[in-house]
Design a binder for this molecule. Sequence first.
Ligand SMILES: *Cc1c(COP(=O)(O)O)cnc(C)c1O
Length: 373
Amino acid sequence: MKTKQYPFLDLARLNAPYLDEMKAAACRVIDSGRYIGGEEVTAFENELAEYVGTRYAVGVSNGLDALRLIFRAYLERGDLIKSDVVAVPANTYIATALAATDNGLKVRAFSALDCFNFDNDFAISFLEKGVKVLLPVHLYGRTCWGEGFDRRKEKGDLIIVEDNAQAIGATTADGRRTGSLGHVAAISFYPTKNLGAVGDAGAVTTDDAELAEIVRAIANYGSDRRYHNIYDGLNCRLDPIQAAMLRVKLRHLDEENARRQVTADVYCQNIGNKHIVLPKNDGRSVWHQFVVKVRGDRDGFRRYLADNGVGTDVHYPTPFYEQPCYECDPFIARYLTQQETSELCRSIVSLPIAHVSPQDALEIAEIINRYNP
Ligand SMILES: *Cc1c(COP(=O)(O)O)cnc(C)c1O
C-alpha cells in the first residue's frame, strides 16, 4: 500500500480556495491599463495600515527591500550614520542582516533564547554595547515583544525596527498587532508567508509620516514628485497585480491564521514523545512555522518522517553569521554563545502547518509518537 503523503508546503493548494477571487482581481488590473502604482496599490496600502494598526503603509517590492529602505530612510534623515550597530537575533533569516550591512551598518547577533528569540533582559543590555537599532524578528509567527521593549521605545534612545516578515496577524498580550509595535516595521509577502503574493512583494508600516514619505520616495527613484529626484533612489515599488492578490488574501488572513492555530493545537495536545520538544503555544502566534526541537539525531528524525510520508524543512540550517559572506566578520558574533545558536540550528525541525487539516495533524502526531530511535 502506498504511504499517505503529508507535503510540507503546496502553494497552489494554499491558494486554491481563493482562485476565483484572485483571477478576477488580476483581470481587473489588466483591464484597468494601470500597471505601475495606482488605485489598487493605494487601496491595499490603506487596508494593510488599517489591519496592522499603523497610520501609514508603503507597498514595496519585497521584504528585504522593505528593510533596506527603512535603513536608507533613517540614514537620509540623519537618525543613523554608517557603521552604527543593529542588534539582530542570531537565528533569524539572513535577509534581516543583509539589509543592515547593505547600508553600511554593522550587525551584532544576540543569542536566541527560550522562544527562539530575543528576551527582554537582553534588550535592556543592548545600549551598553553601543547598539543604535534593536531589530526584533517575530520569527516563526511568534510575537517578539515585551514590556522592556515598550519602555525602551518610550525612552527614545533606540530605534526599534520590527522584522514582521513572518508574523502578520500576531499580537501582544494586550492585543496590539505586530508591525505596529516598534518605530517602523518591514513585512514580506513572499509566496510562502502567511499573507503570500503570487510573486515578490513587501511593505513598510509605521506611524512616522516623514519616514513613510522618505521610504516612498527612495522606492520610486528617490523622487518626491515626477522628474524631481531628492535622493539617489531605487526602484522598489509594489506591483499592482500583487497588490490586487494581496487585497483578496488579506480579507481571509484571520481565517487562515485561525486554521493554523487549530492545527498547532492538535499537534500540541497530541504529540507526546520524549525525543521531541514542542514550541510554546500561547494562542498569539500565527504559526508561520511549527518548529520542534529534537533531542538526539535530528536528521534521523527527519528521515523517519520522510519514510512515513511527512514532509519537513529546517528554518534555518545554518546561522546567518556562519554563511560564507559573513564568516570573516568577528564583530557580528562577539557577544554570542555561538554554540547555543549552532546547536539550535542542528536540533530544529519545521513540521507541515500551512494546509494541514486537524485529522492530518492527528495522524502526523501519531506517526511522531511512534518514533523510537
Ligand atoms: C522572508 C523573510 C525576509 C525577506 O523577505 P523577502 O520578501 O523574501 O525579501 C526577511 N526576514 C525574514 C525573517 C523573513 O522570513
